[in-house]
Design a protein around this ligand. Structure first.
Ligand SMILES: [Ca+2]
Length: 449
């Protein structure tokens, strides 16, 4: 008698009870998400364990909430948040099934098998696979999601706060608020036109002539407005919306480049400006080095090319106007190669505007580490690379400070980001990642950790 009662207890639970499986479409044919093998069935649909019993999975909890019935609400819900409704997974996409009827389709997924929450996913996989002949080590060697969490967050880039890195970098220099003495100023045109609103200007010609644009060293995406940029065209009321259209910007930058040259007397100041892939200058006889036909699409690297040409022209004190942390990083990495005396950043807007002496940061870091910063910045998360989950720039920076051996590997990959170098540097890079998540760990690789 005791044994009989014990068996009943072990098989009790939501959808662990066989008769509950009559209350959902295809209740006896829910595929096992663990093995991935055709024909393998998950008996305890509402539970984390395949035979049923134990903790309920999200579908089991939702099933209980609606009173253990197949309701439209339960059918339309995506209990395990995998992007498919319970109805879609159980073969009732139209939510028309009633008890005793024939579902319109076969069950194609488990409605409670996988969570968006990584910890729970691993918990389910571990619990369910250990009762089978599955090799867990082999399983965890492979990505098991459509969107590997090491690369993205549900298919989207995991963006970090890039400016957090500046906090660490600015501790290595003295920030000033007075404009420093410089020979040349490099302006990122896209930044300038975003900062300088047209205010009272009615036409593009007015805009190009406003004092603030000429003295611009002080200086979100969505639906935009397309407007022809001509001298007498009226400036649209919504400047941000106008700037969201690439064609508008292309025309505006070309127009402003011409106007800047026309409006700036060459005896006073030399103006060099990119105009599409070309470089134009208000001194026609000026040699612009190799800048013309420049194929750098991003302004941040192109800006540094201008710095290089200015240095070759004999200028030693240069300032870049930007709002982008990436430009600061590239500048720090380039200072030692440029052989420049002073490289300033006029950075930020409003009350956060300041002058950052990039040459001081590079001097403090030294040539190797300055160069290594380039890969460090890309690896820890940038515009094109996901940041690490729950580990931002500050954690990455602090980890680097405590693990200097990785500097040479970061430097190697900054100089030569090719496959051979990745393989060569992988050992220390993996160790770096382990330390980012656990400073006390002695594991060398991420799999071991
Ligand atoms: Ca689902």
């Amino acid at each position: 008698m005791f044994l009989l009662i014990l068996c009943l207890v072990l098989t009790t639970g939501v959808l662990g009870f066989p008769w509950f499986r009559n209350d959902i479409p295809n209740g006896y044919k829910v595929p096992d998400p663990c093995t991935g093998q055709t024909g393998q069935i998950w008996e305890g649909v509402g539970h984390n364990q395949e035979p049923g019993g134990g903790p309920r999975n999200p579908f089991g909890l939702d099933f209980k909430t609606v009173g253990f019935k197949w309701t439209k609400e339960l059918c339309q819900k995506d209990s395990d948040k995998d992007g498919r409704t319970n109805g879609e997974e159980l073969g009732d996409p139209g939510c028309t099934w009633t008890k005793g009827g024939t579902p319109s389709a076969a069950a194609s997924g488990h409605p409670g098998g996988f969570h968006a929450d990584l910890k729970k996913i691993f918990f389910f996989v571990y619990v369910s696979c250990q009762v089978r002949d599955s090799d867990l080590d082999e399983f965890f060697r492979h990505e098991n999601q459509a969107y590997p969490p090491s690369l993205s967050q549900f298919g989207q880039l995991r963006l970090s706060s890039k400016s957090d890195l500046l906090v660490s970098l600015e501790k290595m220099c003295v920030i000033v608020t007075e404009i420093p003495d410089v020979d040349a100023i490099i302006l990122d045109g896209a930044v300038i036109v975003n900062i300088l609103k047209p205010r009272f200007c009615k036409t593009f010609e007015d805009y190009s002539k406003q004092d603030s644009l000429k003295a611009s060293n002080r200086g979100k995406r969505g639906k935009g407005i397309r407007r022809r940029v001509q001298a007498d065209s009226t400036i649209p009321g919504n400047w941000e919306s106008f700037l969201r259209i690439d064609d508008n910007k292309t025309e505006l930058f070309a127009y402003l480049a011409e106007q800047l040259l026309t409006l700036t007397p060459s005896v006073q100041t030399t103006v060099v400006s990119t105009k599409g892939s070309k470089v134009v200058c208000n001194k026609p006889d000026k040699n612009n080095g190799n800048l013309s036909l420049c194929n750098h699409e991003a302004a941040d690297t192109r800006t540094l090319l201008h710095v290089g040409i200015a240095v070759k022209s004999g200028m030693q004190k240069i300032m870049i106007r930007t709002v982008d942390t990436d430009v600061v990083v590239i500048a720090v990495s380039a200072v030692h190669k440029l052989n420049i005396t002073c490289l300033w950043m006029a950075f930020g807007v409003g009350i956060n505007f300041r002058y950052i002496p990039v040459h001081e940061i590079a001097l403090f870091m030294g040539p190797s580490k300055s160069n290594a910063l380039l890969f460090f910045n890309a690896f820890s998360g940038c515009d094109q690379v996901s940041s690490f989950s729950n580990r931002g720039k500050k954690t990455a920076w602090d980890t680097w400070l405590s693990f200097d051996a990785v500097t040479e590997d970061f430097k190697l990959l900054s100089d030569k980001p090719n496959e051979d170098c990745v393989n060569e540097a992988a050992l220390n890079i993996e160790r770096f990642v382990v330390l980012m998540y656990d400073r006390t760990s002695e594991c060398l690789g991420v799999d071991a950790a």
